[in-house]
Design a binder for this molecule. Sequence first.
Ligand SMILES: Nc1ncnc2c1ncn2[C@@H]1O[C@H](COP(=O)(O)OP(=O)(O)OP(=O)(O)O)[C@@H](O)[C@H]1O
Ligand SMILES: [Mg+2]
Length: 366
Amino acid sequence: MTSSLVVQKLDIRGFRNIESLQLELGPRVNVISGDNGQGKTSVLEALYFVATSRSFRTEKLREVCREGSELTRVVGTFEEGGQQRRQRAVISAGRRSLFMDEKRAAGLASYAVRTPVVIFHPGNLTLVSGPAALRRTLLDRIALFLDPASGDARSRYQHAQRERHQILQKQPDQLSALDAFERVMAENGAAVQRARHAACDALAAALGPAFGTIASAQTPLALRFVPGGCTDAEQFAHELADRRVRDRFRKSAGFGPHRDEIELLLSGRSARHHASQGQQRILTLALKVAELNCVRDACGSQPILLLDDVSSELDPKRTGAVYEFVRGARSQVLVTTTRPDLFQMPGLSGSDRCDFELRGGALAGS
Ligand SMILES: Nc1ncnc2c1ncn2[C@@H]1O[C@H](COP(=O)(O)OP(=O)(O)OP(=O)(O)O)[C@@H](O)[C@H]1O
Ligand SMILES: [Mg+2]
């Protein structure tokens, strides 16, 4: 049984160009409109931040802090399965704090899996052809819900990897320190690798049906995980020890999950190198739909769907496919657009739609 999940209220302060904004959202489709640069994407980013503790636009969270504001704070009131909860994410003096119903969150991963959200934004359009890191992030979003501990394992792995690299470059004779960091890398890297294998299996199973509904032609599609490391911690540690000399002269270790890749094959050929732009867009949409379905199945809640400026990036046929999906999915949706008049979703009743217009980071007319 899937329970419904809805964000009822958002209270945003000191976030990007938003000084202070309160929104009461509807349970179905919320259309956030406004001219360029008024804060539409920032509203989605603020919701993503309070739900996941991160941004989908930047790794450097301090960039979201409003210039000149001392405090950045987003409070979300969520309702799930008839229960209400408040989540609060704060950045103050460069530090992030997270609260669930006024209690400080026990850990990042346990906080980040409470409120599943799936975002589709213009940057996603390079998901198929762009750097492998984008595809790893997709896998990690799914892995987090299948195995919440994988988020912490990934952080520990990344930290140890940076430390090992520093030692290799500056003090390569510090063998005991290298051993210690490689042990941490091997244990956590193998755990990350296992979680990504499972995420990739789930994604592969969900991708075929998603692709079938979006693409009109029946083109054979396959997805393959190409691991950069291995799932056995002992073997992992041996590989790292073997590569010390070579790794010294590389930007990062030549072995490990930071080198994982997902290979997408359309009619047996690499989509990254051979698919047309239109095919890449369809594949990207299919990957996002598959992500939503995987996360829903893993956590038992219908994720909130954030669609940033979709219609300006897709042709009318694909935009129609997205709307069709939104209408069929039971998710609450927040969509941004500069042209709310063009956002007409057939079959969506007026009471299912709420409109908000932003101007200068505030509701127009307020
Ligand atoms: N840290 C910050 N402090 C203050 N303003 C910021 C900060 N970061 C970004 N901005 C500004 O916030 C404004 C809103 O950005 P946002 O991306 O949300 O606009 P948008 O409405 O989505 O525009 P578009 O339609 O072009 O996508 C922009 O003018 C941007 O320059
Ligand atoms: Mg925008």
